[in-house]
Design a protein around this ligand. Sequence first.
Ligand SMILES: [Zn+2]
Length: 193
Amino acid sequence: MYDEWMDDSSKEAFQGIELLREFVNTHDLETGADAVGSPAELRLWLADHALMGAQESIGPADLARGLELREALRALLRANAGQDLDHAAVDTLVRMGRNARLGISFDDGGRAELTPDPVGVEGALSRLLASVFQAQADGSWPRLKACALDTCQWAFWDASKNRSRAWCSMAVCGNRSKTRSYRNRHRTDGPPN
Ligand SMILES: [Zn+2]
């Protein structure tokens, strides 16, 4: 589903955007399940995605920052799906961006790359922020969205031609959302008397 827009050189960018999508979806709002609900679980997830070492230290404050970043990202992805931008989420990202540990490196061909500090949770979160930067720079960012339905907010990739998808699933969330706005419309119409 990604093939239509992706050439070989954007494979790295794709990995970054997929990383962001998976990170946001560690929290399933519908079931309440959180795959990174404890410091140890967050470390396991970050280590599984090659963002930090499985033996590096992590504590409750790291977990709090990780979850803060995740929910700020979700808010931005909801804005990509047409919802109002949550300015508190932007403030969070501003603060985190200030603390990010990033350098710029060059490969043999002279191609520049953001290189986060490889150490610890700070490095892992910096790498997620670098993926946001990369996605915005290469133009793929607006297609990464979070479902517009409040109770869902699942992150998805919008591969539609005109980039118009607002729901993770038209069949489920799209229909639920339409039924709801239909009801709301009729509610504000008032009783027929
Ligand atoms: Zn949804």
